[in-house]
Design a binder for this molecule. Sequence first.
Ligand code: NAD
Length: 372
Amino acid sequence: MNCQIGVIAGDGIGPEIVAEARKVLNAAGEKFGHTFCYTDILMGGCSIDATGVPLTDEAIAAAKASDAVLMGSIGGNTSTSPWYRLSPELRPEAGLLKLRKSLNLFANLRPAYLYEELKEACPLREDIIRDGFDLMIMRELTGGLYFGERKTEQVDGVTTAVDTLTYNENEIRRIAKRGFEIAAKRRKKVTSVDKANVLDSSRLWRKIVEETARDYPDVSYEHMLVDNCAMQLVKDPKQFDVILTENMFGDILSDEASMVTGSIGMLSSASLNDTKFGLYEPSGGSAPDIAGKGIANPIATILSAAMMLRYTFDLDIEADAIEHAVKQVLKEGYRTIDIMPREEEKRKSVTQVGTSQMGDLIAERITDERQS
Ligand code: NAD
């Protein structure tokens, strides 16, 4: 297969972690007979320095011409970088918002996977974790409360603020469809999360999810109220496969789910539209505090590249190979600094490596098939 990948390395640790993801993709390409062609795209602070704006029309066109975009991270130190003295629409993050809008990326996917080897970073009890968990939060990204009408006004002399939560059936149907498609590639279970006991928008959400479910007879589904879901995530995360939910609930639940997995350097993500196109990026930012030191964890970006193979290119075996290689390297005891054990005694049993060494090890495990 010939895959056209737009690459936004971005700022801070972005170029360092993206280089490792490319290394790993190339190893997978070589092993499985695929060609990955990369087009570098400027976005964020580096684009401001080069062009005066965080995202040019040419950059949007290059992203649209790609099958998928792999991104590192954008932005700088928000207190000291000159980028943050610019007006909001010219700051690095404005580029990302514009790109998401231009590509109509309405579905955000965030996996929460607990690696056996990193269990000690999980704040949950051993009897809850058991042999780990593997769930995916699918959050609607372009509708709901964050995009509804809002105002603050005086009502009878009292300052009053109003936000509006709106969803139409088409917005719900397209994300529900994506949720069931993703579940069909996993353990075939959707938990649709809403607040249907109170909100009209949630009742419509529930109705449309039920209609959509009829097209996916192999995927089971259930409804859960959001307050219960927040509890269940820490009580029994193993019960979940795909959690499908609206924008604000997803914002909160995805952070809760990622916290129970440990380091930010392990968390991948994808933003999808209604074609096969996706923007794949680690959940963390540009980490200016460690940029240029060669110590950033590249695994979240490497796992984002695996998601890209799975969801844009339907290369499931290749994605599995990358995920297995990551597991294998962790099992062999290699760690970047952010995932080193806290206890001195346990530190002796692992090997600390830098960004590029971690990338090399994962690429090697793909090539030499020493996978469990
Ligand atoms: P951050 O995620 O960059 O950093 C938070 C902490 O996590 C830091 O201590 C950092 O060193 C650590 N960290 C992050 N990624 C890591 C990795 N791969 N390996 C090891 N440690 C890692 O968040 P922040 O400091 O709040 O933001 C810094 C900049 O990043 C800001 O300009 C912010 O706007 C931007 N940002 C960008 C994105 C994006 O590109 N999608 C997302 C979040 C923040």
